[in-house]
Design a protein around this ligand. Structure first.
Ligand code: ADP
Ligand code: MG
Length: 223
């Protein structure tokens, strides 16, 4: 099957106090359809920088980023928004849920923004939240949920539009070890069931070992 992500010779530097720091020095990475890849590296190695580039959230890089077969690295803002909306899902260390909306509404919104019907969006949200054990938390606001529940809602939101590729940056990094294990296992089970691919940044080798493949960021390149 074709790759959902093909990154070729990705380079990203930052200017800091008159110095140039080369964080990504020619990253090559392919992720197959439905494949779950752990992106491992110590703090400061450039995991978030790589995910932000692949997520088309920040410019300033050189190289090629093909997402679902389309060269996305040099799209204009409108094109980047389209690829993010149609092909990508995002999960961060902190949930970034909208505080004034319920769990269900937070999961419904991506589908509405994409142009789906409210009924279909609602059904999809309820299916995902129920699969994550949140059937009786749908009407709760984020502030009324535990940290693990908040991250489960963020997982459901990321999967709402059936993305080809989920990008997750330390998705359980803010949870205690026991909760992190449970939420990661649920995340992996759901992503596998959906057939989405995922690129998951973590500095936790134990969590990385549960994924299909591990790539390591070291000195600005992947090994
Ligand atoms: P990780 O996610 O692996 O911890 P990051 O991608 O956040 O690493 O950071 C990699 C390096 O890039 C760090 O040295 C960090 O200080 C630097 N960096 C990240 N973003 C910026 C920025 N906007 N400006 C300057 N330096 C940055
Ligand atoms: Mg990071």
């Amino acid at each position: 099957m074709s790759n959902v992500l093909e990154v070729t010779d990705l380079r990203r530097s930052f200017q800091q106090g008159g110095e140039t720091i080369a964080v990504l020095r020619g990253v090559d990475l392919s992720v197959g359809a439905g494949e779950i890849v752990a992106l491992v590296g110590p703090s400061g190695s450039g995991k978030s920088t790589l995910l932000q580039a692949v997520g088309l959230l920040e410019g300033g890089f050189e190289g090629s980023i093909r997402i679902a077969g389309e060269e996305a690295a040099r799209l204009d803002a409108q094109g980047r928004t389209r690829v993010r909306r149609d092909s990508l899902g995002f999960i961060y260390q902190f949930h970034h849920l909208l505080p004034d909306f319920t769990a269900a509404e937070n999961v419904v919104l991506p589908a509405l923004i994409r142009g789906g019907t409210r009924a279909a969006a609602q059904e999809r949200a309820e299916t995902l939240l129920a699969a994550l054990g949140l059937a009786n938390r749908m009407a709760h606001r984020p502030s009324a949920l535990s940290g693990g529940e908040q991250q489960r809602v963020a997982v459901a939101r990321a999967l709402a539009n059936r993305p080809a590729l989920v990008l997750a940056d330390e998705p359980t990094g803010n949870l205690d070890e026991h909760t992190a294990d449970i939420v990661l296992a649920e995340f992996l089970r759901l992503v596998r069931g959906e057939g989405s691919a995922a690129l998951v940044a973590t500095h936790n080798e134990r969590l990385a070992a549960k994924m299909d493949r591990v790539v390591r960021l070291h000195d600005g390149i992947l090994a």
